[in-house]
Design a protein around this ligand. Sequence first.
Ligand SMILES: Nc1ncnc2c1ncn2[C@@H]1O[C@H](COP(=O)(O)OP(=O)(O)OP(=O)(O)O)[C@@H](O)[C@H]1O
Ligand SMILES: [Mg+2]
Length: 151
Amino acid sequence: MDQTEEKYPFYETFHIEGGNFTHAGSISSRIKRILKNEGFPNQVIRRMAIATFEAEMNVICYARWGILNLLVSTDFLKVVVDDEGVGIHDVNQAMKEGFSTADERIRELGFGAGMGLSNIKKVTDEMLLTSVVNQGTHLEFTINVVNGNPA
Ligand SMILES: Nc1ncnc2c1ncn2[C@@H]1O[C@H](COP(=O)(O)OP(=O)(O)OP(=O)(O)O)[C@@H](O)[C@H]1O
Ligand SMILES: [Mg+2]
């Protein structure tokens, strides 16, 4: 029996604690390691590292907690992030380069340029962002392994 067929797809779940900057970037680093071990192309790993880092940071910056689900298959990688938090009033506005509601504390840590969501959009093949104010935000994106976005 073909071993590769048995292995994929597989899922990994990561919990993100809002407001905790101590481990900022640790989930995207773990995902990067998983994908390296699986032998995915560097270009795909680079795009995933950017997108997962920005998604993780947004939960840390703006939500109370979140869950990141990773689906790894041979043809594509999919990430779904759900958080509980303040939510986003206008997702189209939030997607615009330079728009940010980051406070002084977040800016002092070097975040809050308003580039995260637009960068996710740039490096992924599909992206969906929805939110309910005072409840939370749902973000999902897909990166194709073959014939994906050349960004
Ligand atoms: N998970 C979230 N919950 C609530 N608001 C969010 C969330 N993600 C993004 N936002 C809102 O969308 C805005 C834009 O997000 P984006 O990631 O593009 O930029 P940023 O986080 O402000 O700065 P940068 O990502 O460059 O550090 C944020 O400032 C925030 O108002
Ligand atoms: Mg951000």
